[in-house]
Design a protein around this ligand. Structure first.
Ligand code: HEM
Length: 316
């Protein structure tokens, strides 16, 4: 994953990382966002119809090994799984195509994002860092949300905690351009749907849960049998906006099944692996390209800068 040379993009990346550090504190060796996580391994098997969408290698092959990371939101490594700020949950998937060759999906459990650009997201984080969310009146955060209705809608969208990482749906949010072997291209957005169905908790049940209930449960669950998800792609119609993560496409858009993810085991040395692995929001594989959504290039730069910083932190 190459670091872009665009100086403005790098400067914005540094500013965003600085804001995460201000809000959550410096936690060397951990991610500044989605700090707490758990990793598993398994396989991906494509559906019969997946080849109509893309010629990507993991769609052409019978099966591909995967490494995944589930995470809580926030840059706090010990955030309790039952803290309301731990939503949305993250789900990052790596398709291992060959040694040091891979393509990733990075998704979270809310369908959408508060801002269209990284600059606007920086403004939101800056407002958050200088406001008391429990007493919003007259704060920079109140002013930002008042003038950015899509950010307000994202903040207000219900984000109920799941009973398990295996009972939650996840969304890729930014559109990708998929191209099949006949050269036909269509834009689409990933949706990752649990075979066991969604299951969310009410406030009282959540409050009674253990602070590590999600991290522990998924390891226990996979010890008893495979955990499965369907990877789906919502396909844009001609004319749909494909470069704006704040815009939802109508629910009548076709949703195509890409394949099945079967998770079978926890990663043995999870802490070390989590420090090492850097997921890439840009697919960089034949048959799947990024859309022009401005979040993609920026996030790829930030995740790489942040990942290098994490890797160079002394072992704890
Ligand atoms: C301007 C927009 C965004 C910024 C600045 C941002 C920032 C970050 C940062 C700094 C990290 C830590 C990366 C690392 O150290 O490896 C991260 C991780 C993550 N972000 Fe974002 N993010 C943005 C948008 C999104 C979106 C749209 C999604 C959902 C599709 C998302 C989901 C995730 C997930 C799941 C992780 C954890 C990945 C892992 O397990 O390594 N982020 N983000």
């Amino acid at each position: 994953m190459p670091l872009p040379t665009d100086e403005k993009l790098i400067a914005l990346s540094e500013q965003l990382l600085q804001q995460f550090d201000t809000i959550f504190g410096l936690n060397p060796g951990f991610r500044p966002a989605h700090a707490k996580g758990v990793m598993l391994t398994g396989t991906f098997t494509p559906s019969a119809e997946a080849a109509t969408l893309t010629k990507a290698p993991h769609i052409v092959r019978a099966s591909t090994p995967v490494t995944v990371r589930f995470s809580d939101s926030t840059g706090i490594p010990l955030v309790p799984d039952n803290d309301p700020n731990a939503n949305p949950r993250g789900f990052a998937i790596r398709f291992n195509l060959a040694e040091h060759v891979h393509t990733d999906i990075v998704s979270h459990s809310t369908d959408g994002f508060p801002t269209r650009t990284g600059q606007e997201f920086l403004e939101l984080l800056t407002a958050l860092a200088t406001s008391d969310p429990r007493n919003l009146a007259g704060t920079p955060l109140e002013a930002f949300l008042g003038s950015h209705p899509k950010a307000l809608a994202f903040v207000q969208a219900p984000k109920p905690p799941p009973s398990s990482f295996a009972r939650e749906s996840y969304f890729g949010v930014t559109a990708m351009k998929f191209t099949n072997k006949d050269g036909v291209s269509r834009f689409g957005r990933y949706r990752i749907v649990p075979e066991a169905g969604n299951d969310h908790l009410d406030d009282a049940t959540t409050a009674a849960k253990d602070p590590d209930y999600l991290m522990a449960e998924i390891v226990e669950r996979v010890g008893k049998g495979p955990v499965k998800f369907k990877i789906m792609v919502q396909i844009a119609n001609d004319g749909d906006v494909v470069d704006d993560a704040t815009i939802h496409w109508p629910e009548d858009r076709k949703v195509l099944e890409l394949g099945t993810l079967t998770l079978t085991a926890p990663v043995a040395d999870s802490a070390r692996e989590q420090k090492q692995i850097i997921f890439d929001p840009i697919p960089r594989v034949d048959g799947i390209e990024p859309s022009d959504d401005p979040l993609l290039e920026l996030r790829a730069a930030i995740y790489l800068i942040s990942g290098r910083r994490r890797r160079s932190a002394p072992a704890s």
